[in-house]
Design a protein around this ligand. Structure first.
Ligand code: ATP
Ligand code: MG
Ligand code: MG
Length: 547
């Protein structure tokens, strides 16, 4: 299931080129601008752009905007931004709505050939008379209208003489076809709605199944790559291209959709989360949208290597979210500078360290990438450590700080805990330790060893920061039948107030860091202010994912 150069789509393309059936590969990525792109779209983008690129071909970005009620220019702009951010350059930028006139002409042609008719049945009647897999459909009482009558009615549909739903244009194929898609599918519907691109020029709109093959044919697409749920529509796709007498003949191929564990990947549901304000917009860092992943801190490289590893498989199935996290770690490990930050702070006073003294320690920015160099961080008498790095009564094998135990403060000194200060409720609020000046990191001291090393931030210059910790958007135990709102994981966002070191004073939105021993974090671009930085957990350091 890993990336390979031989899958059925690449094989088909190679053969088409070799046999001269195709001169140059043309693909398209055809989002409907009715929402933001999600990680599933990244797979489609990778396949369409990536494959065309491998064969020296071209890829169009085409907005499949045939449903005015759901579409919006906001989505068009967001989609363009996301595709570009992922690192793909489209050749042509097109809108299906630019082809409405040609689509209309082709529909008139179908009517003239006796291949389409205007039906007065309601949507319910059309659906009910369609039949089932075991039962043939029933012909519409309007199926045998004359060509003249159909031409007249279709023109009047366009002119706006009828209400929404009063009439449709249907293909005349076969109401007994074993393929339900061929039982006189609807080609046009009436919708008196304002379209984001064509305004109120049109009040009839083509259906996807009719529009899509024409869009592909008009643009000279050679390989129309789509997800598996369109497989049964392929005969209709071919019928439309052929009966509309399109000079260029595109072909459709299907691949498996990407589904990720514990997340929702349907735009309809994602939009509901946004509209119901269960999340902070389409770019909420918990969302599987490209904009959410970007704000969370995922890099385009990590997303690309993830979808590349998925490859072009027919099998759908669910991919573990941990695989995406694995690719993020791989990428950030070498890219992100390391720093010490404390998420849930506990103050430590080093009682034998001179008051007012600040020592600057040189530390490597990323020990795995020496070229990244070093920086200096301050050490002083008071430092913050992580609450979980201290236990008053430690369990066996706990090697961090506890009364009487000595640990290393990373890049600094050994310290020993002598006193635990508590408030009235018995909560530990401060620790008193002593340090051993002999044990300075880098001094070559090897008089004795300690088992625990913990991170810290010097109090005198520590900068308060909001740190947002994320978990999966959906509860582990929820299934698709559970009411949608109840599937939301209540722990999907936890907000902590911690400290970063002065080395992150100038960190900019979207800069990424490894907080040592904890994980990778991104400076939130939306909520970071002059006075306070907000960090998003991208992914923790630990992984239970095994390749
Ligand atoms: P949704 O069901 O989320 O609304 P869609 O398929 O209607 O998605 P489109 O905007 O039509 O969304 O998608 C554009 C392209 O991306 C289509 O070719 C579609 O097949 C593909 N695509 C959408 N979701 C996925 C997915 N989860 N995995 C792979 N490809 C996808
Ligand atoms: Mg779609
Ligand atoms: Mg859709």
């Amino acid at each position: 299931n890993t990336s390979s150069s031989s899958d059925f789509i690449r094989e088909t393309i190679s053969e088409d080129l070799k046999a001269g059936r195709v001169e140059a590969v043309v693909t398209r990525f055809p989002p409907e601008p009715n929402g933001y792109l999600h990680i599933g779209h990244a797979k489609s983008i990778y396949i369409n752009f990536g494959v065309a690129d491998e064969y020296g071909g071209k890829t169009n970005l085409r907005f499949d905007d045939t449903n005015p009620l759901k579409e919006d220019a906001e989505y068009v702009n967001a989609i363009k931004e996301d595709v570009a951010w992922l690192g793909y350059e489209w050749d042509g930028l097109y809108f299906a709505s630019d082809y409405f006139e040609e689509m209309y002409r082709r529909a008139v042609l179908l009517i003239k050939k006796g291949k389409a008719y205007v039906d007065d049945q309601s949507a319910d009647e059309v659906r009910e008379s369609r039949g089932t897999l075991t039962e043939a459909g029933k012909n519409s009482p309007f199926r045998d209208r004359t060509v003249e009558e159909n031409l007249d009615l279709f023109e009047r549909m366009r002119k706006g003489e009828f209400e929404d739903g009063q009439k449709v244009l249907r293909a005349k194929i076969d109401m007994a076809s074993p393929n339900l898609n061929l039982r006189d599918p609807v080609l046009y519907r009436i919708s008196h709605a304002v379209h984001h691109n064509t305004g109120d020029k049109w009040c009839i709109y083509p259906m996807y199944a009719y529009a899509h093959p024409l869009e592909d044919a008009i643009e000279g697409v050679t390989h129309s790559l789509c997800t598996l749920e369109f497989k049964d529509q392929r005969p209709l796709y071919d019928w439309v291209v052929s009966e509309c007498e399109m000079p260029h003949v595109p072909h459709q191929y299907e691949f498996g959709r990407l589904n990720l564990s514990n997340t929702i990947m349907s735009k309809r549901y994602l939009k509901k989360l946004v509209d119901d304000k269960l999340v902070d917009g389409w770019d909420d860092p918990r969302m599987p949208t490209i904009s959410g992943l970007r704000r969370r801190g995922f890099t385009p490289e990590a997303i690309r290597s993830f979808v590349k590893e998925l490859g072009i498989t027919v099998a759908g199935g669910e991919v573990d979210y941990k695989l995406l996290e694995h690719h993020a770690r791989q990428d950030l490990n070498l890219r992100a500078p390391r720093t010490m930050a404390v998420i849930r702070p506990l103050k430590v006073v080093i009682t034998n360290y001179p008051e007012g003294q600040v020592e600057w320690l040189e530390v490597k920015l990323n020990p795995e990438v020496p070229e990244m160099g070093t920086t200096k961080i301050p050490f002083s008498r008071e430092v913050y450590i992580e609450q979980e790095d201290f236990m008053e009564v430690p369990p066996p094998k706990y090697h961090r700080l506890y009364p009487g135990n000595e640990v290393r403060l990373k890049d600094a000194y050994f310290v020993t805990c002598h006193e635990v200060i508590k408030d009235d409720e018995g909560t530990v609020v401060e620790l008193h330790c002593t340090y051993d000046p002999e044990t300075k990191s880098g001094s070559g001291f090897n008089g004795r060893k300690v088992k625990g090393t913990i991170h810290w931030v010097s109090c005198e210059s520590a900068i308060p920061a909001e740190i947002r910790l994320y978990e999966a958007m959906l509860r582990e135990d929820s299934d698709a039948d559970t009411a949608f709102e109840e599937r939301m994981n209540p722990d999907s966002l936890k907000i902590e107030h911690g400290y970063i070191g002065v080395d992150l004073k100038d960190a900019q939105p979207q800069e990424k860091f490894q907080f040592v021993r904890q994980g990778y974090f991104n400076v939130d671009p939306k909520d970071t202010t002059q006075s306070q930085k907000v960090f998003n957990l991208i992914v923790s350091l630990k992984s239970s994912f095994k390749i």
